[in-house]
Design a protein around this ligand. Sequence first.
Ligand SMILES: OCN(O)CCCc1ccccc1
Ligand code: NI
Length: 185
Amino acid sequence: MITMKNIIREGNNTLRSEAKKATFPLSDEQRQLAHDMMEFLENSQDPKIAEKYQLRAGVGLAAPQVDVSLQMASVLVPSADGEAPLFKDTIVNPVIISHSVQGAALSEGEGCLSVDRDVPGYVVRHDRITLRYYDVDGNQHKIRLKNYPAIVCQHEIDHLHGVLFYDHIDHDHPFTMENEDLVID
Ligand SMILES: OCN(O)CCCc1ccccc1
Ligand code: NI
């Protein structure tokens, strides 16, 4: 199972690299990694398991964060009421093919399992995106996401291109944003 010791931190060059596009069929090792990444997210969101293994809760995990420079990221965005997740899948070779002009940022800012410090500020992203990706079986998906799930997927896709959340923060005006942009709680 993946634990925090498997997650690389700032300073490791893999975090700042362009990850390699996956080719299908994925190898057994790559399929196993996808399974392990999703399992980490589920474990990290279970208070008992997270406590037992000292896991930081995560709603996404990208392969470069476990030092595998491959365009693959697992996303598990739970719903507020404990029903079905807002979004759950492992996205391979994801591409944002269109997006809203309107931006959005989480009111609390963002964090990252690979960043062991708080970096305050709005991370302004697209509020709505149309995402094309492949699942681990090579099936193509084209989906529209908005608000929190859209923000999480953009955070993960950034990892595949060596971008970290605080690259988007204007450190001179960390909590300033355009009038029409949304602040999401
Ligand atoms: O890359 C995943 N990760 O570092 C875990 C945190 C994910 C995340 C946190 C806040 C807003 C969007 C995404
Ligand atoms: Ni991250």
